[in-house]
Design a protein around this ligand. Structure first.
Ligand code: PGA
Length: 259
């Protein structure tokens, strides 16, 4: 069976609307020239204010656009926040939730993220729910326990009709933006465990869900990491800010999907 991949760029707090338009257009052009099969999907997640420009730039290319966060209410007195229905109405298909930078710098907890995941699902957005351990937690051999709690609490009371409604990203905190990626074996070990936890929490659909790896994923390690059986794509920060390096990761997924 052909393998399915989602290659997602997390632009974080980078790109003005004009910069987003240029970068998204360059990615769309490279994406089109790769002619990816339908089993390889590409997504870019610009800052909110650059979503519109990116959407216009990728029109017709098959590249999807997502947001990096959303609130759990649909409207109200929440100054500075963006509701999931607004994200959806802006043309986004996905929303990243629980990125470790949100957990670390903005105090987002598993309980809060559970509300966000449920709200995003109810608007028909596909959450990319992020989990991952810190360096201290890995050294204390608590990786799987930490990830399991993030999944059990973050996905509480969720029922899915189809595995395509939700995506998980495993992002070891020590690998994000550090240049120090997990080895392919480390990634596979945690991804396989996550698949087991998802089945335990969500039933049969859990086994079919896409689990992305994130944390210093680059053209030179993409082939090896993406070849692992439980790795279904990547959530990419630094390397997603250059069309060339992002396209090289998409190309690696296309090659693996065809093999
Ligand atoms: P990185 O970021 O690829 O720059 O390590 C990944 C992420 O934070 O999603």
């Amino acid at each position: 069976m052909a393998r399915t991949y989602l290659i997602a760029g997390n632009w974080k707090m980078h790109t003005t609307p004009a910069e987003a338009r240029t970068l998204a257009a360059a990615i769309a052009e490279k994406h089109s020239s790769l002619k990816p099969p339908s089993s390889v999907q590409t997504l870019i997640c610009p800052p909110y204010l650059s979503i519109y420009a990116a959407l216009e730039a990728v029109k017709g290319s098959g590249v999807h656009i997502g947001a990096q966060d959303c609130h759990f209410e649909t409207k109200g007195a929440f100054t500075g926040e963006i509701a999931p229905n607004m994200v959806k109405a802006s043309g986004c298909s996905h929303v990243i939730l629980g990125h470790s930078e949100r957990r670390q710098y903005f105090g987002e907890t598993n309980a809060l993220l559970n509300k966000k995941v449920r709200a995003a699902l109810s608007e028909g957005l596909i959450p990319i729910y992020c989990v991952g351990e810190t360096l201290a937690e890995r050294q204390e051999e608590r990786t799987l326990a930490v990830v399991r709690t993030q999944l059990v609490d973050g996905l509480k009371d969720i029922s899915l009709q189809s595995a395509s409604q939700l995506v998980i990203a495993y992002e070891p905190v020590w690998a994000i933006g550090t240049g120090l990626a997990a080895t392919a074996e480390q990634a596979q070990e945690v991804h396989a465990a996550i698949r087991g936890f998802l089945t335990e929490i969500l039933g049969a659909v859990g086994a079919e869900m896409l689990i992305l790896y994130g944390g210093s994923l680059k053209p030179d390690n993409a082939d090896e990491i993406l070849s692992k059986p439980d790795v279904n794509g990547g959530l990419i920060g630094g390397a997603a800010l250059q069309a060339d390096s992002f396209a090289a990761i998409i190309a690696a997924a296309c090659k693996l999907a065809a093999s």
